[in-house]
Design a binder for this molecule. Structure first.
Ligand SMILES: Cc1ncc(COP(=O)(O)O)c(C=O)c1O
Length: 499
C-alpha cells in the first residue's frame, strides 16, 4: 500500500467536481427514465437534420464535464431512439435494466480488462459464475465452458470457429482453409424461413463463402424439417463435402419458433456434425417450467448462445456463448505471446478469458450480467419472461378476434407477426395484385406508427408477404401498451385503406 498526498492527477476531474457532476448524471438518468413512457419512441427527424447537429469542430483544450452533461441532455438524448420505452417493439431490444446502468458505471470505474485473470481476478470468477448460473437456469451442464461476447453474431462466430477447429479433418489452426490436405467444402445448415441472417454473416466472416450455407426446408410451423436435414447431410457427405455445423433457432426472430433441439441432435450425432442452438432471442425460455418441454434435449447441443442485451435486459452490448466441452473452446482460441502470460512456463490455474474467445482486451461485461441476474433472481426472471409471453398471447387474441387481421402463427414466445387484411380485401386475397396492395398497406401502417412516436414497430416478411412484427421483450411493457399500440394500428389501417 502506497501512501501519498491527495492530488488531482493529470487527466482526472477534481474529486469534488466529479462528485457534483456525477450526482447530476444520476439525476439526468433518473429524469430520462421518469418520462421514458411519454417520449416519442422514434425521434421524428431526418438523417440530414441529425447530421447538421454534429458538425462542430473538436475543441482545442477540452470542455468541462458539466458542459458535456448539458450537451448530452439537450442535444444527444433527444436524438436517440427510446429503446427502453415500454412501446419499443422493433428489432429485438431489451429494456436496459436500470441496475445494469449502475453496473456499467461501476465496471467503468475500475476500467477492468477482463481478458487476463491478472487484470481483474474477481472479474474472471464473476464471469465463470454467470455462465454457471445461466447453465443451471436453462438446464445445461454446470461445468460448461463459455464466454461473454458482444452479442449474438459474435457468439455464433465463436461457436462456428470452435466447431471448425474441432471437426476439421486437418489442423485448421496453422493453415486455415488453405491447408494443402483440404478436400471438400465445409457446409453449414439452418432453416430456410427462420434461420438468422447473422449466420450468413459469420459464414462470410470465416470465409467459408455464403454458398456454404445450406437452407433446410421448414415445416408449416416454421421449424427446420429434421428429416430433410438428415437427407441433405447424407447427400452432401456422399459428394465428398464436409457438413460442419447446424444452427438451430431457439426462439426465432420473426415467429419465436423453438426448433426441436433433441431431434436435431439425433441427426447431428449420427453424422458427427456440430449442433449450435442460436437462442439469441429465446434461450432463456428454457428456464420456464411451462416452456421446458420445447427445449427437450438441449443438453446435447455442442454450444448454445443468447443475447443478454435482449430478453435479459442487460444494457448493450452483451452476448453469451456456452460450449459444453470447455477445452474445445480453448483450443479454438488459445494463442501464445510472452507478454500475455509471463515469459516462462508456469503451472497455470487461473482463467484468462482471452484464451477462450476472439477478443484480448475485454470489457467487464460480466458485472452487468451478474448484477442483473442477482437483482431479479431466478423466480423474478421467470415472472418477467412469463409476463412477456402472456402479452404476446394478449396481442394474438386481439389479432384473432378482429375481422381486419390475418393470423400468421401461434405465439410461442414474445415474438409475434401478423398481417393487416381489411375485411373488404380478405375474400380477394388469392389475387397477386391484392397481396401486393396489402404488402404496401402493412408497410404504410408501420411507417405511420413510427412517425407518430407512439410505438416503434417494424415489418418483416412471413412466407414472402409483408407482415407487422412486434417483439415484446421489454420488462417495462404492460397490457395497456399492447392495447394502445394495437388500437393505433387498427385506426391507422382503416384510415389508410379508406384513402
Ligand atoms: C436469432 C438471432 N441470432 C443472432 C442475432 C444477432 O445478434 P446481435 O445483433 O447481438 O449480433 C439476432 C439478432 O436479433 C437474432 O435474433
Amino acid at each position: 500500500m502506497v501512501c501519498e498526498k491527495k492530488v488531482t492527477r493529470p487527466g482526472d476531474i477534481e474529486l469534488s467536481e466529479f462528485r457534483q457532476v456525477g450526482r447530476e448524471v444520476i439525476d439526468a438518468i433518473a429524469d430520462y427514465h421518469a418520462d421514458l413512457a411519454l417520449r416519442d419512441v422514434l425521434p421524428n427527424v431526418t438523417p440530414e437534420q441529425v447530421a447538421a447537429r454534429f458538425l462542430d469542430d473538436l475543441s482545442e483544450y477540452g470542455e468541462s464535464a458539466r458542459t458535456l452533461l448539458t450537451d448530452w441532455r439537450e442535444r444527444v438524448a433527444p436524438l436517440l431512439t427510446a429503446i427502453g420505452s415500454p412501446r419499443h417493439f422493433a428489432y429485438v431490444n431489451g429494456s436496459g435494466a436500470m441496475i445494469g446502468i449502475l453496473a456499467d458505471a461501476l465496471a467503468a470505474c475500475t476500467n477492468t480488462n477482463a481478458g487476463a485473470w491478472k487484470l481483474g481476478p474477481a472479474a474472471a470468477e464473476i464471469e465463470r459464475q454467470c455462465l454457471r448460473w445461466i447453465a443451471e437456469f436453462i438446464g445445461y451442464p454446470l461445468d460448461t465452458g463459455g464466454i461473454l461476447v458482444s452479442g449474438g453474431t459474435m457468439a455464433n462466430l465463436t461457436a462456428l470457429l470452435t466447431a471448425l477447429r474441432h471437426l476439421s479433418p486437418y489442423d485448421s489452426t496453422e493453415y486455415g482453409l488453405q491447408d494443402p490436405a483440404r478436400t471438400g467444402r465445409f457446409l453449414v445448415y439452418m432453416a430456410d424461413h427462420e434461420g438468422h441472417v447473422s449466420v450468413t454473416r459469420v459464414v462470410d466472416m470465416l470465409n467459408l463463402g455464403r454458398k456454404s450455407l445450406r437452407l433446410v426446408p421448414s415445416l408449416p410451423n416454421f421449424s427446420m424439417d429434421s428429416v430433410e436435414l438428415d437427407r441433405m447431410i447424407t447427400e452432401d457427405k456422399a459428394r465428398g463435402d464436409l457438413p460442419l455445423c447446424v444452427f438451430a433457432q431457439l426462439g426465432s426472430v420473426n415467429v419465436g419458433v423453438v426448433e426441436p433441439i433433441g431431434e436435431l441432435a439425433d441427426v447431428c450425432e449420427k453424422h458427427d456434425v456440430w449442433l449450435h442452438g442460436d437462442g439469441a432471442c429465446g434461450l432463456l425460455a428454457a428456464g420456464l417450467p411451462e416452456k421446458r418441454s420445447l427445449f427437450k434435449g438441449i443438453e446435447r447441443a455442442d454450444s448454445l448462445s443468447f443475447d443478454a442485451h435482449k430478453w435479459l435486459g442487460v444494457p448493450n452490448d452483451c452476448g453469451v456463448l456456452l460450449v459444453r466441452e470447455r477445452e474445445r473452446l480453448r483450443r479454438a482460441f488459445s494463442i501464445a505471446a510472452p507478454y500475455l502470460r509471463g515469459s516462462l512456463e508456469t503451472e497455470d490455474v487461473a482463467l484468462d478469458f482471452l484464451e477462450y474467445g476472439p477478443q484480448m482486451s475485454r470489457a467487464f461485461r460480466a458485472l452487468k450480467v451478474w448484477m442483473v441476474l442477482r437483482f431479479f433472481g431466478r423466480q423474478g426472471l421467470r415472472e418477467l419472461f412469463s409476463k412477456n409471453i402472456d402479452l404476446a398471447k394478449l396481442l394474438h387474441g386481439l389479432v384473432s378476434e378482429h375481422p381486419d387481421f390475418e393470423v400468421l402463427h401461434e405465439p410461442v414466445l414474445y415474438l409475434y407477426s401478423f398481417r393487416y387484411v381489411p375485411n373488404g380485401l380478405a375474400e380477394h386475397s388469392d389475387q397477386p395484385e391484392i397481396q401486393e396492395q396489402l404488402d404496401r398497406l402493412n408497410q404504410e401502417i408501420v411507417d405511420e406508427i413510427q412517425r407518430s412516436g407512439l410505438a416503434m414497430i417494424m415489418t418483416t416478411r412471413i412466407r414472402g408477404r409483408v407482415a407487422i412484427r412486434m417483439s415484446i421483450c421489454s420488462q417495462r411493457t404492460m397490457k395497456e401498451d399492447i392495447e394502445t399500440t394495437f388500437d393505433a394500428i387498427v385506426h391507422c389501417g382503416r384510415r389508410l385503406y379508406r384513402n
